[in-house]
Write a protein that binds this ligand. Structure first.
Ligand code: SF4
Length: 285
């Protein structure tokens, strides 16, 4: 009998594939529904509900290969968790807002609502995959089913859903599973983490290089431009942590909890960064 290599990434949750974007099946909803302001992430202002000036008629981006040098870093960070293709194909039967302009408002509103729910499904899949508590797994599954029903194609139901209600239920399960997973990284008397490494902590620019950060609760922490090179974040809860420009070369993120593609996309890493099996190495690394 062979034991699992604890340095291996956690196996991907089996059903997360549908939670990855499929831009070819989407009517560029992220380039239309949301607005953005001229900033370090976007080179121009764009009101919500209008197509970006770089959007082509076939819903492709005319500057796709040079987004970062052209000042559109924000576009390379965004991820819809598969909501774009779901709304385009399931809720609107593959008929675009360009072909049927009357559907525009509802389609964009549906996308905004669906993205939140798809993101919750992403986290819940991880909770189910990581917990050893059958009761927690059952409750997470139940919530997933309820959210999936809301995403089943009934537009009225989707638009009238209170995402906040789902959000608080999801949050409670995620925290419970996080506690369980993180606890497994502490032996009795193990105090490898200092008190500043806590949820919501301001760790902007902090030197956390070559540290053992296993089991840290960094939920909502500000890790902007933090130096995490060659550190081990196995079992660290990274839910909503801000990774903009964080240095991740040589960092082991393969067994973290609740890391998402947008967080990775916002950070700076390279081929030596170890990432969870569900995520992809950002193309700009
Ligand atoms: S720059 Fe390209 S990817 Fe970004 S919003 Fe505009 S069309 Fe979409």
């Amino acid at each position: 009998m062979t034991s699992a290599n604890t340095s291996d990434p956690i196996s991907p949750a089996s059903d997360r594939k549908s939670l990855r974007p499929d831009c070819g099946s989407c009517f560029a909803l992220c380039c239309t529904a949301f607005g953005f302001s001229r900033s370090a992430d976007f080179a121009l202002d764009k009101p919500a509900g209008t197509p970006c000036q770089n959007l082509a008629q076939d819903f492709s981006c005319t500057i796709h290969d040079s987004l970062r040098p052209r000042g559109f870093r924000g576009c390379t960070v965004f991820d819809c968790f598969g909501a774009g293709q779901n709304v385009s194909q399931q809720f609107f039967a593959g008929k675009s807002w360009l072909a049927e302009p009357d559907t525009k408002d509802n389609m964009f509103a549906a996308f905004k609502a669906a993205r939140q729910l798809h993101e919750m499904l992403w986290y819940l899949a991880e909770a189910v995959n990581r917990t050893f508590d059958p009761d927690a797994a059952d409750r997470a599954e139940l919530l997933r089913n309820l959210i999936e029903q809301t995403l089943g194609g009934d537009l009225t139901k989707l638009l009238s859903t209170d995402a906040q209600d789902f959000h608080s239920q999801v949050r409670s399960i995620l925290m419970e599973v996080s506690e369980e997973v993180r606890a497994s990284y502490f032996a009795a008397g193990d105090d490898h983490l200092d008190a500043t490494l806590k949820p919501g902590a301001d760790l902007i620019g902090r030197n956390l290089r070559s540290r053992r950060l296993c089991g840290a609760d960094l939920r909502g922490a500000y890790l902007i431009a933090a130096d995490l090179r060659n550190s081990d974040l196995s079992g660290a809860d990274l839910l909503g942590a801000d990774f903009r420009d964080a240095r991740l070369e040589g960092t082991d993120l393969s067994r973290t909890i609740y890391l998402t593609q947008p967080q990775l996309n916002a950070a700076r890493g390279n081929h030596t960064t170890r990432i969870p099996a569900d995520l992809e190495t950002p193309s700009h690394w």
